[in-house]
Design a protein around this ligand. Sequence first.
Ligand SMILES: Nc1nc2c(ncn2[C@@H]2O[C@H](COP(=O)(O)OP(=O)(O)OP(=O)(O)O)[C@@H](O)[C@H]2O)c(=O)[nH]1
Ligand SMILES: [K+]
Ligand SMILES: [Mg+2]
Length: 433
Amino acid sequence: MTELPMFSDLPAPIFALATGMGRAAIAVMRVSGGGCDRILRALCAGRLPQPRRASLRRLMSGDEILDEAVVLWFPGPNAYTGEDSFELHLHAGPAVIDGVALALTTLGARPAEPGEFTRRAVQAGRMDLLQAEAVADLIEAESASQRRQALHQADGALSRLYDGWAQRLRRLLAQHEALIDFPDETLSAAVEGVLETERLDLQAEMRAHLADHRGELVRRGVTIVIAGEPNAGKSSLLNALSGYDAAIVTHRPGTTRDVIAVDWVLDGIKLRLVDTAGLRETEDEIEAEGIRRAMFHVKQADIVLQLYEGDPPNALTPDALLVRNKIDQDAMVEESVLAISAINGDGLDALRDEVRRRVRALMASQGVPLTRARHRAGIQEALAHLERAGIQVWPELRGEEFRLSMRALGRLTGQVDVESLLDVIFSQFCIGK
Ligand SMILES: Nc1nc2c(ncn2[C@@H]2O[C@H](COP(=O)(O)OP(=O)(O)OP(=O)(O)O)[C@@H](O)[C@H]2O)c(=O)[nH]1
Ligand SMILES: [K+]
Ligand SMILES: [Mg+2]
């Protein structure tokens, strides 16, 4: 019934809902790839709408009406994927969506894999890997700071930093090789000094970038762990700060065993607030496991709130924030001490201010932050090769280290080894993006 001419150079057409499942007014179906013009024409009774203009069309499958829909036609290469593509803004009923999906399949398109649209955008050179990762981050963003960071990275800020380093390395390598090929005793020493300075500068910049954990903090959320002696009021504080009745509170010491985490957005920054089991010696096997987990989370925390009643305990970590609770029970509290009542809310504003200050200190740094473990590993590798270049006696081997360092940087943006990275990165995407 339908001809399926696949003579196009473009990859096979794919389709997916760009909007989520569930009750909604409109569902957006995206289609991209070779033959999109033919498919769209078949759906719209032979007429292609004007490019990039919203047009109302009756969608047909043979004699069957599928929907009255707004249609957007994006001829490549000026499209998200770089390929011919279109969007159908459908009425979001399941029968409409199923009917359109079936018609698309009949016309030769197949359902998209997770992240396949963005993957094609990378393969078409519309964006690099760092920008594709930022698209995934933007979809996941829950706080304003996550949104800002993802948009900045999507705009190419991180790509420019890494490309800049790669370019300087390329120059370094070229000059280094010129020294090997045309050794000139009088020039060599001077040029070598310049190259050495540039290598050390690059190393220093990479080290500073690695020392900056802000990007990862924004992306995964700053983790604040509430810890301390049993019955200090840790679960009460978690509930009071988050505004949820998330953790069980009772008068019995040893109530909390599992680690309980809730999201807490403070000034547009996403925080994870974690409640833990009270710390004490215990014979109870379940409680002991809870305490082991509590200590694990204390060690991983970005900020520790150590809660106590009465006399201050030894601090669990060098910069644990000691917080005295239950001041409604006794008014004899020194002014210098951070003191609260989780029950009536006294002192919580001051505690929030102190948390804000600590979070800001964690975030305070200059420059573009790296956002993922993948970036950290790549920069560490690039740096390690530069450091090794510094101790290589043989100029040829030093050049090889420069080359390997450049390669590590190129892998970050996807200029090197892009195919091997695509599966890993795009498997984390949602379908339809
Ligand atoms: N008066 C007073 N009582 C409080 C305050 N905060 C908590 N409590 C009470 O202290 C008891 C223990 O509170 P929890 O929040 O369960 O304490 P916890 O530190 O989570 O306890 P565990 O999970 O058992 O370690 C409960 O009876 C709370 O109502 C407070 O600020 N003032
Ligand atoms: K308790
Ligand atoms: Mg508790």
